[in-house]
Write a protein that binds this ligand. Structure first.
Ligand SMILES: [Zn+2]
Length: 289
């Protein structure tokens, strides 16, 4: 499953290679890839033809391409295995090519949606009325992510204090903050020395500011590691950056020594996932009596 940094790599690739280009034609090669577009593949293709893509946008793991002057945007769902590739027109079709977008210029490349497991796809949606960035209405409830310049730190911190929840739940709550997956949450909590079950109401402002800073650091580090493909023509969401092997301090390190204090790290089942933490650096909250 691609996380925010991988999706941002794709967005930058689309910004560079697709923005400003006009669609000459769309070929839908598998109906599942447009199943979120209820009017079907033919309608999807007809409505894109002749339209011009604006700069790709992202919110958390959600990625979209606004169509100029239409009030609509193409939302990309990458699912488990989806890829958006910019390929030479004469490159052989990928085995799992699902959608092809041709352009009316002489750049010689086309946009391809390739998806082995077909959980992903493309769909066309109206933009929210006041969305300057062409935000599709179906994801209007998704909060901005912490790398977004318009992310409101003070509002996020205030919301944390008001919510009766625990910190890791809050970090994964897409209506509060988007793009923080399980791995990034564990890493940022370890850096901040916070236990995942800490009630958000007990966090002071400086602590929540520190946490937010670590969330951004972890994401930016992953982005730097995964950003090597920006200059290549090949926009690959599954381009493994190696970040997850090299740089993790918490996630996946059960029984290995904490890199700060040497105590063996622990793993606990948490909401159908796992939480990794240092039992010494990240003390569990005292149970409320
Ligand atoms: Zn420790």
């Amino acid at each position: 499953m691609p996380e925010l940094p991988e999706v941002e790599v794709v967005r930058r690739g689309l910004e560079r290679w697709v923005a400003g280009r006009t669609v000459a034609g769309v070929e839908v090669l598998h109906p599942r890839a447009v199943r979120r577009h209820p009017a079907g593949g033919e309608d999807f293709a007809a409505r894109l033809k002749g339209q011009r893509f604006e700069v790709a946008r992202r919110r958390g793991k959600y990625l979209w391409l606004p169509l100029a002057e239409t009030g609509t945007s193409v939302l990309g769902h990458l699912g488990m295995s989806g890829q958006l590739l910019v390929q030479p027109e004469d490159a052989p079709d990928e085995k799992h090519l699902r959608i092809r977008v041709r352009f009316d210029d002489s750049a010689g490349t086309e946009l391809r949606f390739v998806d082995q497991r077909t959980f992903g796809g493309l769909s066309l949606h109206d933009q929210v009325a006041d969305g300057a960035d062409g935000l599709p209405d179906v994801i209007a409830h998704i909060a901005r992510d912490p790398l977004d310049p318009a992310f409101d730190d003070a509002a996020f911190q205030a919301a944390l204090r008001l919510r009766r929840t625990t910190i890791k739940r809050a970090l994964l709550d897409q209506s509060l903050i988007s793009g923080v997956g399980n791995i990034y949450a564990d890493e940022a909590l370890w850096r901040t020395k916070l236990h995942y079950d800490r009630p958000t109401a007990t966090l002071t402002r400086p602590r929540s500011a520190e946490l937010l800073g670590h969330v951004r650091d972890v994401m930016n580090a992953a982005l730097d590691a995964g950003g090597t493909s920006f200059d290549s023509l090949y926009v690959n969401v599954n381009g493994e950056s190696g970040y997850f092997d090299r740089s993790l301090d918490a996630y996946g390190r059960e029984d290995e020594p904490c890199r700060r204090c040497g105590t063996p790290m622990r793993r606990r089942a948490w909401m159908n996932r796992s939480s990794y933490f240092c039992p010494r650096c990240q003390r569990p909250p005292r149970p409320t009596l």
